[in-house]
Design a protein around this ligand. Sequence first.
Ligand code: ATP
Length: 300
Amino acid sequence: MSQESPPVQPTEQESPSGAAAPYPGSGEVRTGFLPPAPGPEPDPNSAVSLRGLTKVFGIGTAQSKIAVNRLSLDVPHGAFYGLVGRNGAGKTTALSMLTGLLRPTEGRATVSGIDVWGDPRAAKMAMGVLPDGMNLFERLSGRQLVTYAGLLRGMDRDTVRERTEDLLRAMDLTDDGGTAVQDYSAGMRKKIMLAAAMVHAPGLLVLDEPFEAVDPVSAANIRELLQDYAASGGTVIVSSHVMDLVQRMCDHVAVVDNGRLLAAGTVEQVRGDSSLEETFVDLVGGRTHVGEGLTWLRPR
Ligand SMILES: Nc1ncnc2c1ncn2[C@@H]1O[C@H](COP(=O)(O)OP(=O)(O)OP(=O)(O)O)[C@@H](O)[C@H]1O
């Protein structure tokens, strides 16, 4: 926990367990499935353990924003975990704190018992990360980029060469392996970053919107690859807006809104008898029948 950060003030949304939170103005209590409140310390037996993870942007300014608010969550080893939430819910911010890219205002994150901010080097060796909108080394070719990622992790050249070709094939990028990354399409960039995240065979993959802009054939290949990885004991965390995809692909899901955890558990626990999409809309609310208001948009 950082020394200089001020405590985050509880708001009227806060409930002691975080389980059922009255929403300001609605007078309504929304309940989602939440596991029993975890202990104060991160769980060393979980693949990922978050305790009170909080990020406040612009502390002390008029624009101060609590992007992630006391997020506590345990991700078991071998889980394929979906993190879902509306635009601006705090997914990228939470994942950035978990992966050592953004320092938390408060709280802790551990990966297989390693404190991400206490021992960032060891934690980063244990995971592969697909960040959202990260700059790439644009002048490297796709093949060079994956090779660089492997060498950076201290792998020997022969293994890196072999795995790079395997990954290029899996991502359907073999023919474009020699092309500079700056000339890749959005989907190709996503795939080459995914390959770079996987080359050192980490025990945990943290992937922010991995399927965004990826074509359906490549997406199916990547999905299969990730499912095999999870079946063999690897842990995957993916953020996504696509509920149908999360329902089909993931075995666990966490729903966040306004930086808070609304529900978490197995997909079956969270969705109950409804689809995940229905559960999600029910939990986060906010459906606006906006079409009714935009009368000027209707063609005559
Ligand atoms: N660097 C920043 N400075 C100030 N506010 C920020 C910053 N980064 C994010 N935010 C704010 O924090 C909140 C959470 O943003 P975040 O990017 O984590 O959401 P998200 O769930 O990943 O959204 P999306 O699904 O649209 O990618 C938003 O209100 C956003 O405007």
